[in-house]
Design a protein around this ligand. Structure first.
Ligand SMILES: [Zn+2]
Ligand SMILES: [Zn+2]
Length: 420
């Protein structure tokens, strides 16, 4: 019997972990610069939280959630996205009573029962930021600028920012009504899902992945024409600030994002490299989400990016840093009689913050050298039986072949100088 990772999940082997760490490091550095603090929430929550936040009619809730009952009969769901849990924690710990805005970031696995494909797994990783407690258009722009900076730090060059306003509960109903009426006149041209959407949730008609539906819906009147004055002003202010920051954008009236909780700003960064699955990440404003989840009226804005998608795009654009130069120290020993001396040197170097490895398979010196070479160690220290009496070892720089003889205590300083 051979076990395999469940469909839609994958293992992350060491070489790949390096790439993940690269992306994670860039994200954390930027969060630090922008003063976002980390929050970690559970991977499962009450199912009802996601039904409330994402909306009963959303694809996420209807088709994609991992739902289960625990042994105590609680209705639970693996989190399909990060924001709902963060909102729940914000309320549970009364962070709305703290000085506002509260700026948080998260990173972790999310779960959606979706058809696995390149860059889309059932267990996938998301990084996101949230700003609670301000309606200022500058905070929308802060989130967008953060996202742009993050992508540029990773090395992306030609990403496109698509932006839209999805209005508010005051101005959206009329738009939805017209959209619904429009869809009715075209109902025979729409896919089965969209026919249902036309009745239950017309806004979702705009993010059907079906090309023929997209083509039909392109002729519906855009939401921009329906925005109330406060939504209109907010959107204009956001665009004005983006221009001031020299961030180019495209107003995409079809962009409504897959979740019901967005208000006003919705945005996405698109890569031309990923074909049809080209959204690398995005976000928007959600001024009613906190209230909707049982809290006070607290506005919010945030974004999330999928790590698998980013890695795929980085790979396609060959943006990973070239595999590191040789580094670290391999301690090769002529005889197993020398374990005591070997340990002394091994831990002396590790205590001095060097990365050090040695042989545990009683290999010959020659085989040990080969191992060190193959594993890209920069230095090899050779401890011979004869050298033991003299209290010295040989140290070879594998990059240029230079070899010196040194006593134990001189090695750390010597290596440090070499590495500089
Ligand atoms: Zn409005
Ligand atoms: Zn459709």
């Amino acid at each position: 019997m051979a076990f395999k990772a469940p469909r839609g999940t994958r293992d992350m082997l060491p070489l790949e972990s390096d790439k993940w760490n690269f992306v994670e490091r860039k994200f954390r550095e930027l969060c630090y610069n922008y003063n976002f603090a980390e929050i970690r929430t559970p991977v499962f929550e009450e199912t009802e939280l996601f039904v409330r936040s994402a909306g009963e009619e959303s694809d996420v809730v209807k088709k994609e959630m991992y739902i289960f009952k625990d042994r105590g009969g609680r209705e639970l769901a693996l989190r399909p996205e990060g924001t709902a849990g963060v909102v729940r924690a914000y309320l549970e710990h009364s962070l709305h009573n703290n000085a506002q805005p509260v700026k948080l970031f998260y990173y972790g696995p999310m779960f959606r029962y979706d058809r696995p494909q390149a860059g889309r797994q059932r267990q996938f990783y998301q990084m996101g930021i949230e700003i609670f407690g301000t309606k200022d258009p500058a905070s929308d722009v802060e989130v967008i600028k953060f996202t742009a900076d993050f992508f540029s730090k990773l090395g992306f060059k030609d990403l496109k920012l698509h932006i839209n306003s999805v209005g508010c509960p005051e101005c959206r109903p009329l738009f939805q009504k017209d959209l619904e009426e429009f869809a009715r006149t075209k109902i025979s041209l729409l896919c089965g899902d969209c026919r249902k959407r036309a009745l239950n949730n017309p806004l979702r008609l705009l993010d059907c992945k079906n090309d023929s539906c997209r083509e039909v819906m392109k002729d519906s009147s855009p939401i921009n024409a329906y925005l109330c004055s406060s939504c209109g002003t907010h959107f204009e202010d956001v665009l004005k600030l983006l221009k001031a920051l020299n961030i180019s954008f495209y107003v995409d009236s079809g962009l409504v994002r897959g979740l019901d909780y967005y208000t006003n700003t919705a945005f996405e960064f698109l890569s031309c490299q990923l074909g049809s699955q080209n959204a690398l990440g995005g976000g928007g404003r959600y001024d009613n989400l906190v209230e909707h989840c049982g809290g006070p009226q607290v506005p919010g804005v945030g974004m999330a990016v999928g790590v698998e998608r980013i890695l795929l795009a980085l790979e396609k654009e060959e943006l990973f840093p070239v595999k590191d130069q040789p580094e670290g120290v391999f301690l090769a020993v002529e005889s197993t009689d020398l374990w005591e001396e070997r340990f002394n040197l091994l831990y002396l170097l590790r205590d001095n913050d060097f990365r050090v490895e040695t042989d545990y398979l009683n290999r010959s010196l020659k085989a040990q050298m080969k191992f060190a070479n193959r594993n890209s160690f920069r230095f090899v220290i050779i401890m011979g039986v004869e050298d033991k009496s003299k209290g010295i070892v040989k140290l070879r720089d594998m990059v240029n072949g230079e070899q010196v003889e040194l006593s134990f205590e001189k090695i750390p300083a010597f290596l440090r100088k070499k590495i500089e």
